[in-house]
Unconditional design. Structure first.
Ligand code: GDP
Ligand code: MG
Length: 454
């Protein structure tokens, strides 16, 4: 949730990320606060510079709101309510006071606005976020509140936050995976993977300030003559009715094939909005003929968009059109990968798998891999893990001569984690033997990162 209240008497603004129940605040912290104002002194957001005691893990709930972001480089927690560049930023003389609950989650923070003579901050634009309080914040539980839906009700339908499922359907090789990677790789957002096999739909999540798009990458609808093929048709057919928007991806450089027609038929049966996505516009037509009309005729389509997934052309328009067809609604998934515990566990499992595989059973299955750090850095995800083994002898095997084995484990695991996440990672692996867990600061480690085209 997200709401703001204002006490005009004390000129205090309180920004809430959770319900605050009397007595639930167990810790407080302070930080320098800066207001974001537009050209007419309207408040449009704020930021707080966090000290080192507050980490991203304390912000899980806060970051669920699309307007809230955390910038680890400068440790800034920013709330940009309208996704606008502020005309003016004003650092407040009074420090912001932040409240944390028992689970060390940020509940909200309090800002003290300067007296009107110094700064007349206007609050009209944030009206839709304002809730009224008629008693002090500590007694919030007793307070009559605006219903939750109204707390972050947008002013108009048009700029409302939207979210929903987007099915990408199309025969093999038309560029579905390339498109998904291009869409997700360009933004520093999340991919929640279903990495076990490519035969089940892979999901990627794109969270923008305006919307959350959850992609269901159907595995390509194959010729159903063989068993695997029918399974895939099945998967795709199942993905379509669940979707809020269906994108039918085709290769515009070649004429529609029998399989295109089949998929178009399946797509047409759904009542969800259908977008015809003409991919590979960068590539000349293979037979010198134009094919647009032929694909158009497989419709009707609600919209057609020409793109090049490879050259990343037309993607903004595509996202805009998809968003326009999504229902109004709040995020379906947390807006930040860091909160996705399953992803981390899975990544650790992929490392463990490589340890067992590459050491050829010399290491017992009890080997445990822990994720120590999982952090967004400049366009790359930094992941540090520790491989815990039981004895020094096992540690030596995992590390290998001059670190060769650890390097192999690292490269292979990194490749698989990147595939699962659909993005580049920097993997930092450490090996520790349990026996000297505490007094071994020099455990050998492997560092690996290759820039990968996404
Ligand atoms: P999928 O089977 O539908 O997931 O297709 P892929 O994403 O694996 O792409 C199949 C092939 O088409 C790959 O070699 C891609 O590089 C290529 N491809 C994808 N999109 C484009 C594009 O926009 N232009 C060109 N020229 N090639 C593309
Ligand atoms: Mg693919």
């Amino acid at each position: 949730m997200f709401a703001i209240s204002f006490d005009p008497e004390s000129r205090t603004l309180y920004w809430y990320f959770t319900e605050i129940i009397a007595g639930s605040t167990t810790a407080e912290d302070e930080g320098t606060a800066t207001l974001y104002l537009d050209a007419s002194q309207q408040l449009i957001g704020a930021q707080i510079a966090l000290d080192y005691d507050t980490t991203e893990d304390n912000l899980t709930g806060a970051l669920e709101h699309p307007a809230v972001s955390f910038h680890p480089e400068n440790r800034i927690l920013a709330i940009n309510l309208f996704n606008e560049t502020p005309a003016e930023t004003i650092e407040l003389a009074e420090l912001a006071v932040m409240d944390f609950d028992e689970a060390e989650q940020l509940q909200g923070f309090e800002l003290q606005l300067p007296p009107v003579e110094q700064l007349d901050v206007q609050l009209e634009r944030i009206t839709s976020f304002l809730i009224t309080l008629d008693s002090p914040a500590e007694d919030l539980e007793d307070v009559e509140r605006t219903p939750e839906t109204q707390m972050f009700a947008p002013d108009t339908e048009e700029n409302a936050f939207r979210s929903g499922f987007v099915a990408l359907v199309g025969k093999p090789n038309v560029g579905k995976s390339t498109l998904l990677n291009a869409l997700l790789g360009r933004k520093i957002t999340i991919v929640s993977p279903k990495p076990h096999t490519t035969r089940i739909p892979v999901r990627g999540i794109l969270t923008t300030p305006e919307a959350q798009l959850v992609f269901v990458d159907t595995p390509g609808i194959h010729d159903p003559r063989n068993k695997l093929g029918s399974f895939m048709v099945d998967q795709a057919q199942r993905a379509i009715p669940d979707a809020d928007v269906v994108c039918f991806i085709v290769d515009i450089s070649a004429p529609p094939s029998r399989l295109d027609k089949r998929i178009a038929t399946i797509t047409r049966r759904s009542r969800t909005p259908r977008i015809l996505v003409l991919n590979k516009t960068d590539q000349p037509s293979r037979d010198g003929q134009p094919h647009l009309e032929a694909y158009r005729e497989l419709g009707p389509w609600d919209m057609e968009i020409a793109i090049s997934a490879l050259k990343e052309e037309g993607l903004d328009t595509l996202v805009e059109e998809i968003v326009r067809h999504l229902p109004v609604g709040t995020s379906l998934y947390p807006g930040d990968q860091v909160t996705d515990q399953n992803t981390r566990t899975h990544a650790a499992e992929l490392v463990r798998e490589q340890v067992l595989h590459l050491t050829e059973q010399e290491i017992p299955h009890s080997v445990a891999v822990e994720v120590d750090e999982w952090e967004e850095r400049e366009r790359v995800l930094y992941v540090r893990m520790t491989i815990n083994v039981e004895r020094e002898s096992q540690k030596a095997i995992v590390i290998g001569a001059k670190g060769a084995m650890l390097k192999r484990i690292g490269s292979a695991a990194r490749k698989r984690i990147e595939e699962a996440l659909g993005r580049s990672i920097y993997l930092d692996l450490w090996v520790k033997a349990r026996t000297n867990w505490r007094d071994d600061p020099t455990s050998l480690h492997w560092l690996g990162y290759t820039k990968r085209k996404t």
